[in-house]
Design a protein. Structure first.
Length: 316
C-alpha cells in the first residue's frame, strides 16, 4: 500500500493534456454558484494536500474514484457533474474525490500528472489509471455505465466493502447511508482518523461483548492489518521476503502487503506454502494471522473456502 504521497508513482504522464487554450475557459465563479463548477455534495468530496493522506487511508474501507482537475476550467464541468451524479446514484458504494491540481501541485507531482483531467481508481491505497485527457461522450458513457461498477466489484473482491460517508442534508444521509452501529462508533471514528491500532483495540472490545459480531471482526482485522503495514515500503518488503524465504516475519510482512493490495489468493498461498514447507513450529502464528485474514473477504468467496480447507489439512 502506498502510505505516503511520494510513494505514489503510477507512471502516467499527462503532459499537454491541457494547453494554453485552457486560459480561454477560466471562470471565477465558486463551485456551486451559477456559472461555476458543480459543488461537492453527497458522496463527492474535494481533497487537498492537507486531507490527502486521510483520503488514501479510507480507500482501505471503500473504493474511491480520483478526479484530478482544475475547477476553474469550464470545459471540465460537464465531466465532473456527470461523474458526481453517477457516483451519488451508487449510494456510497464508491466515493468521488476531486483534487485541484493547480492548488495542490504536490499531489499532481505524486501521480506524475502535468495536466488535467485525469482519473484514477483508488482501492486499498493503490492507484489504478483510468483516463487521461478529456473523454469523448462515448468514453464518458463507458466509464459511468461499465467502469464504475467494475471498480466496486474489484474492491469487493479485495475485501474493501465499506460504505462511503455521505455529506449533505442529514435527512438524505439517514435515508441512503447505513448507520454505524452504536457499539462501533468509537472504533469507526478512530479508523477514520487513521488510528488503526486504536480502532483495532476498540473493535476488540466490541467483540468481547458480542463474539458473533461479524462486522466488528472484519473491521478489526482490517485495522490490525493497516496498523502493521499501511506505511510499508512494498519494494523493500518484497525484496526482504525473497532474500529470506525461511524468515516468518518477512513472509508475514509480504502477506500483509498482498492483502492490502487486494491480492488475497497470494497472501493465503504464501503463508500456507510456508507452513507446508516444513515450518510446523510456526503453525500457531500462521493460523492466527490467517484467521485474521479470513475475516476480511466475503464469507462466500471461493478463495476463502479453499484456504480454510487447506489450513485444516495442514494442521491435522
Amino acid at each position: 500500500m502506498a502510505g505516503r504521497q511520494q510513494q505514489f508513482n503510477p507512471g502516467v504522464s499527462l503532459a499537454g493534456a491541457v494547453d494554453l487554450e485552457s486560459l480561454k475557459h477560466q471562470v471565477k465563479a465558486e463551485p456551486g454558484q451559477a456559472g461555476g463548477a458543480p459543488a461537492a455534495t453527497g458522496y463527492v468530496i474535494d481533497t487537498t494536500e492537507g486531507t490527502f493522506q486521510s483520503m488514501v487511508q479510507t480507500s482501505a474501507t471503500f473504493p474511491i474514484l480520483l478526479l484530478l482537475w482544475v475547477p476553474t476550467d469550464d470545459r471540465l464541468f460537464a465531466m465532473a457533474r456527470r461523474l458526481g451524479d453517477a457516483v451519488n446514484a451508487m449510494n456510497g458504494q464508491l466515493q468521488l474525490s476531486r483534487i485541484d491540481i493547480a492548488a495542490n501541485p504536490s499531489i499532481a507531482q505524486a501521480f506524475q500528472v502535468q495536466g488535467a483531467p485525469a482519473l484514477f481508481a483508488l482501492i486499498g491505497g493503490r492507484p489504478m489509471p483510468v483516463l487521461q485527457g478529456l473523454p469523448s461522450d462515448a468514453e464518458l458513457d463507458q466509464i459511468v455505465d461499465e467502469l464504475l461498477p467494475r471498480i466496486v466489484q474489484i474492491a469487493q473482491q479485495a475485501g474493501v466493502t465499506g460504505t462511503a460517508p455521505y455529506s449533505g442534508d442529514p435527512q438524505a444521509q439517514e435515508e441512503t447511508e447505513p448507520a454505524v452501529p452504536p457499539a462501533h462508533e468509537e472504533a469507526h471514528a478512530l479508523a477514520m482518523q487513521g488510528d488503526y491500532a486504536g480502532a483495532a483495540e476498540a473493535y476488540g472490545k466490541v467483540l468481547e461483548a458480542d463474539p458473533n459480531d461479524a462486522l466488528a471482526a472484519r473491521e478489526r482485522a482490517k485495522a490490525l492489518l493497516l496498523a502493521r503495514s499501511a506505511n510499508a515500503d512494498v519494494r523493500e518488503v518484497r525484496a526482504l521476503a525473497a532474500a529470506r524465504p525461511d524468515d516468518l516475519d518477512a513472509q508475514l510482512a509480504v502477506a500483509d502487503v498482498d492483502m492490502i493490495g487486494g491480492q488475497i489468493q497470494d497472501a493465503f498461498d504464501r503463508l500456507l506454502d510456508y507452513l507446508s514447507a516444513g515450518h510446523r513450529d510456526q503453525t500457531e502464528t500462521i493460523r492466527v494471522r490467517l484467521l485474521e485474514y479470513f475475516a476480511i473477504p466475503d464469507p462466500s468467496d471461493e478463495r476463502l473456502k479453499r484456504a480454510r480447507r487447506r489450513l485444516a489439512t495442514l494442521m491435522y
